[in-house]
Design a protein around this ligand. Structure first.
Ligand SMILES: [Zn+2]
Length: 106
């Protein structure tokens, strides 16, 4: 794999994070972070679901302001928005360039 910015082949896989088991890659030369190639579709789906959960909760909160506000649902809305934000960040990142078989691939 190659870094799309500096064309270095020093692209390392990031360790799994709390949010995603496939957090992507990082270039050790210029520090550019990249998403897992092939994960774009997954991140788009997760972004949509996250926004839907977060948005649904916000609209519920507005609709029943004084009533039985579902405070227990707050963490779910928060998690939805965090995951949506994370996905948006990953979508914005470039994917590493896949190199023809000159190097050892995983
Ligand atoms: Zn780089």
């Amino acid at each position: 794999m190659e870094c799309p910015k500096c064309e270095s082949s020093q692209v390392v896989r990031l360790p799994p994070s709390q949010i995603s088991p496939h957090p992507g890659y990082r270039c050790t030369d210029c520090g550019l972070k990249m998403r897992e190639s092939g994960m774009l579709f997954v991140y788009i789906i997760v972004l949509v679901i996250g926004l839907a959960v977060g948005g649904l909760f916000v609209s519920m909160a507005i609709a029943r302001e004084n009533d039985n506000f579902p405070y227990r649902g707050l963490w779910l809305a928060g998690a939805g928005l965090v995951v949506a934000g994370y996905s948006a960040m990953q979508i914005a990142r470039p994917a590493p360039l896949s190199k023809p078989k000159l190097d050892k691939e995983e």
